[in-house]
Design a protein around this ligand. Structure first.
Ligand code: NAP
Ligand code: SF4
Length: 690
């Protein structure tokens, strides 16, 4: 099927006549992985979606995975399923521990196979990370990220758990899966056995390294014995533990070699336990930051090795393959953002890929709030059955006012659903607040803008930039629907001296229109306040891999416990203080899976946050505040306002006066808590409802 697709592409006139070749020769080279021939080198990595907890979960998972199979990935790995009741991540998580469950998995495997794909089940035992009261572990040592204490498995129970893994693999085979991935990284049960940090057992599964590695090796051998030689077994091992008491580089390589000898076909890699205090996939992690750890494993074994984490473009994937870092790449979040990643790369349309920006806002952060995962950039993800990819349904004339995130999402979705769309933008360029967000170190919104530009260019949306459309013009346009995506303006707080030349707005600073001096106070410690603090404090080289590893205390050679060394904190490039009126801990509104790292990074750079302040006045001397009841002068060069926003939507009333009911979306509807996540999702939803 893939070979046919590729030969069809190669036979197209643009390739034969203009001699344009696909740009990723290694990425699209087939690979023999155990018993399976993979059509290319792209694996969809395992992601929890929480779909298994939904009533219509099987149908939704089938649609979700089938769309990615059609999008050209060689192999899909499902989210983790427990082999028994103890290993459940949470009470309503998925398990494959009984033949009764085969039918619901068949729905998924049939859909993927019908779409020309291959799919493996990931077997995951949560161990001490389980969020239910029957949790177990290698020992009874609790995790710092779980308030529950695990019960140590007895030796007989360890043997039973080994058998459960093997039985789960046999059930997966019966359910039509092409293989299984045994989850042995990220600090779940298998990692808990291998590391001294969590294993103080005195039986044959504890003590010396050889004993601690026995549990994963027994699982692999038992699984191979149950499923036979013609069933793919991947093992996801921790290439770097990033916790004290974790394995060092030599111990990790010993595990890799032993896994190969025990019968593993492919070694997938994971980076860092969930409790590690080093960010491993968030936006502040430079792309492919972990390549050295993967290269070490590849050099130790002869079976295919998979590179993972912060690989989000085909160019980077090709580079990793070319440089011998790995044989395959695992893309997880990038396939939430764009199901057609592989197809677009193969067809020479890499610039049309909706590139994952590692924000975690709708994937991991949703899971933390017990919601089904989705994607900030692609709100259809995991909701494919609710928002089918059908086009040309309607043909209304639609005006969208504002080409920021909400307006772009709405206009393009409406166009793709068959409407005739005019998109008005006051500024000379599209993007709105995305043009500011892209300036923050690590935030890859420039990719998002490139994607929107490309999608617009391929559409017939009539884009009118530098055009401040008024109510009369919209009324005369005779539109069937008007959507107001006119965005927000920064709030100017009522502080004496607010018009002093020392005062700058966040948009002036992030756009580069104004450059603050060496001493800065930031009013407002919300999302934008933190972004501005990051922007103003980041040393020039902070986005480079060696500097990132140094700052977070990671030894690139993987020496030391878990590959950790003492961090060498970066020095802020300015003296900065952040302020908020609330007494509550600052940064509460930041993402659950990224906020901690941003707070830690700024604290290490020496950026304090003063809480419970009241603003007195601004004058030539600086910012006068009351803090803990005491008057204080912050003798700063500039004060940057990050005090929230207000909606820009006066057109709504003007249109209403002309009898036109416009639909406000994004910040124009509600400025509080507006971000790209809500803007893009709402834009799409409103377009589907037109
Ligand atoms: P925000 O998160 O609501 O923060 C506004 C800040 O301004 C607060 O610290 C608030 O604290 C302060 N403030 C509000 N009214 C004020 C006033 N009249 N005078 C002085 N200070 C005032 O809003 P934002 O920073 O503009 O961000 C907008 C949205 O984008 C938010 O939902 C945010 O979460 C999201 N966002 C998230 C991220 C991220 O997760 N990394 C990044 C950017 C934006 P006090 O009232 O206590 O002073
Ligand atoms: Fe990537 Fe953000 Fe989408 Fe998650 S929500 S898949 S991190 S773009």
């Amino acid at each position: 099927m893939w070979a046919c697709t590729l030969s069809r592409i190669m036979a197209r006139p643009e390739y034969t006549q203009k001699r344009i070749m696909p740009s990723f020769p290694r990425l699209f080279q087939p690979l023999q992985a155990g018993p399976l021939t993979l059509k290319n080198r792209i694996i969809m990595g395992s992601m929890h979606t929480r779909l298994e907890a939904e009533a219509d979960g099987s149908a939704r998972a089938a649609a979700f995975y089938a769309e990615r199979a059609r999008g050209g990935v060689a192999l899909i790995v499902t989210g983790g399923y427990s082999p028994d009741a103890y290993g459940l991540l949470e009470a309503d998580a998925g398990a494959l521990d009984h033949p009764d469950k085969i039918a619901e998995h068949r729905v998924v495997t049939d859909a993927v196979h019908a779409a020309g794909g291959k799919i493996c089940l990931q077997i995951l035992h949560a161990g001490r990370y389980a969020k239910h009261d029957a949790l177990v572990g290698a020992s009874d040592i609790p995790s710092p990220i779980n308030r529950r204490k695990p019960r140590a498995l007895t030796t007989a129970e360890v043997e039973q758990t080994v058998a459960s893994f093997a039985a789960c693999a046999a059930l997966a085979r019966a359910a039509g899966y092409d293989g299984v991935e045994i989850m042995g990284s990220e600090g779940y049960l298998i990692s808990q056995f291998t590391a001294l940090r969590t294993n103080n057992r005195s039986d044959r599964y504890g003590g010396a390294l050889e004993n601690r590695l026995r549990f994963p090796l027994d699982i692999v051998r038992a699984t191979r014995a149950r499923v036979g030689a013609d069933f793919l077994i991947l093992f996801r091992m921790s290439a770097l533990d990033l916790v004290e008491g974790g394995l060092n580089a030599e111990e990790t390589l010993q595990l890799a070699r032993a896994l190969e000898a025990a019968g593993v076909d492919v070694l997938d890699t994971g980076i860092g336990w969930h409790e590690a205090r080093v960010p491993t996939i968030a936006y502040m992690v430079p792309r492919a930051a972990w390549r050295a750890a993967t290269t070490r494993i590849k050099s130790a074994v002869s079976i295919p090795v998979v590179a993972t984490n912060r690989i989000n473009t085909p160019e980077l994937a090709e580079e990793l393959l070319r440089e011998g870092v790995a044989d395959l790449v695992s893309l997880a979040r990038p396939l939430l953002a764009d199901a057609d990643f592989a197809l677009k790369a193969a067809e020479g349309r890499a610039d049309a890929i909706n590139t994952c920006i590692a924000c975690n806002q709708a994937c991991l952060d949703f899971l933390f709030r017990n919601k089904v995962a989705s994607c900030l950039l692609n709100p259809r993800a995991c909701r494919e059955t609710y928002y089918p990819k059908v086009t040309a349904l309607r043909a209304k004339r639609v005006a969208v006012v504002g080409a920021g995130a909400a307006g772009l999402s709405c206009a393009l979705t409406a166009f793709e659903r068959g409407h005739s769309v005019t998109l008005y933008e006051t500024q000379g360029e599209i993007g709105g607040q995305l043009n500011l967000a892209k300036q923050v170190p690590g935030k890859e919104f420039a990719e998002t803008l490139r994607y929107f530009h490309r999608r617009l260019a391929k559409s017939s949306v009539q884009l009118k930039t530098a055009h401040c459309v008024g109510a009369d013009e919209l009324a005369q346009g005779g539109y069937d629907a008007v959507v107001l995506a006119s965005g927000v303006r920064p709030r100017l707080p009522d502080i004496p001296g607010i018009d002093h030349p020392k005062v700058l707005r966040y948009d002036e600073v992030l756009s580069g229109a104004k450059v603050p001096g060496a001493r800065v106070a930031i009013i407002g410690a919300g999302g934008i306040g933190f972004d501005v603090a990051e922007f103003l404090s980041a040393p020039p080289a902070s986005a480079l891999v060696p500097e990132f590893l140094d700052a977070w205390g990671v030894d690139p050679r993987g020496m030391g416990d878990g590959g950790l060394v003492a961090p060498k904190p970066e020095k802020a490039s300015r003296s900065i203080v952040m302020l908020q009126r609330k007494s509550a801990a600052p940064g509460k509104t930041l993402g659950a899976t990224t906020g901690w790292a941003l707070r830690m990074e700024l604290a290490r750079r020496g950026v304090p946050v003063l809480c419970g302040v009241s603003y007195q006045r601004i004058d030539d001397a600086g910012l006068h505040i009351l803090h803990e009841g005491q008057p204080k002068l912050l003798a700063v060069d500039h004060i940057v306002l990050c005090a929230g926003q207000e909606p820009v939507n006066t057109l709504r009333a003007e249109l209403a006066a002309r009898g036109i009911a416009a639909t406000p979306i994004g910040g124009a509807e509600r400025a509080e808590e507006i971000d790209a996540l809500r803007a893009i999702a709402q834009g799409m939803e409103v377009a589907y409802a037109l």
